[in-house]
Design a protein around this ligand. Structure first.
Ligand SMILES: C[S@@+](CC[C@H](N)C(=O)[O-])C[C@H]1O[C@@H](n2cnc3c(N)ncnc32)[C@H](O)[C@@H]1O
Length: 209
């Protein structure tokens, strides 16, 4: 899927479906918050949520006092929905409407979080472009938390084919310079009660890597 059709797909999803009408909706992103805590993030840590969509992760981080939160998504409609829900708190977040595979990061972050965006990149070229951005945007010693459908998870999400992963396939995609520090399986229950198997893996970017 090229960048234009990808963007069209996601704009259409967020323009036509309410927050809790999408399979990935979760009231509280508890696992993401726990993993962000486990990598030692503090209130001044720079945290970017890649493909954050209309997720409530930014709301939770701001409520917990995190002061340097960025959400990147290729759907402007998704970001608008999150901003309007957060009202005044939205001003404490940096919002970036961009495709992660072509985005030009202008700074570095301490934590890169991605729940269910990387798995839409099925073309190795797009995966490599994602990893190139990750390398530029994550400071050495920083952490990347990447949640995707697990190897035994669904083959499609939002009507699109996905590539399913485990820690090994993610490590292979990231190539050298990242140390796996945590991996766990997670079962997400969609708003209509269907279980979906995810994996969440956390990597530390090696200094000099
Ligand atoms: C399944 S949703 C997950 C949203 C959010 N992370 C969550 O947990 O609620 C996937 C999100 O990734 C975004 N996305 C897909 N491909 C992307 C890309 N190449 N660059 C940036 N965002 C992308 C979509 O717009 C969508 O918001």
């Amino acid at each position: 899927m090229n960048e234009v059709s990808r963007q069209r797909h996601w704009e259409n999803v967020y323009a036509t479906k309410g927050e809790s009408e999408v399979s990935w909706f979760q009231e509280t992103p508890a696992l993401s918050l726990e993993l962000i805590r486990l990598v030692g993030a503090i209130r001044t840590s720079g945290i970017i949520d890649i493909g954050g969509g209309a997720s409530r992760l930014a709301d939770c981080l701001v409520s917990l006092g995190f002061g340097d939160v960025t959400v990147l998504d290729l759907s402007a409609a998704a970001l608008a929905s999150a901003r309007s829900r957060m009202a005044d708190n939205a001003n404490q977040v940096t919002w970036i409407a961009a495709d992660v595979t072509t985005w030009e990061p202008s700074r570095t972050y301490d934590v890169w979080h991605d729940r269910a965006a990387f798995h839409f990149l099925t073309d190795p070229k797009d995966q490599a472009a994602y990893v190139a951005r990750l390398r530029r945007a994550l400071r050495p010693g920083g952490h990347a938390i990447i949640g995707t459908f697990a190897l035994d998870g669904p083959e499609r999400c939002s009507g699109l084919a996905v590539s399913r992963h485990d820690a090994g396939s993610l490590a292979a995609a990231l190539r050298a310079g990242f140390e796996l520090i945590d991996t766990r399986r997670h079962e997400h229950i969609t708003p209509w009660g269907t279980p979906q198997r995810f994996q969440f893996s956390t990597f530390r970017r090696e200094r000099g890597g």
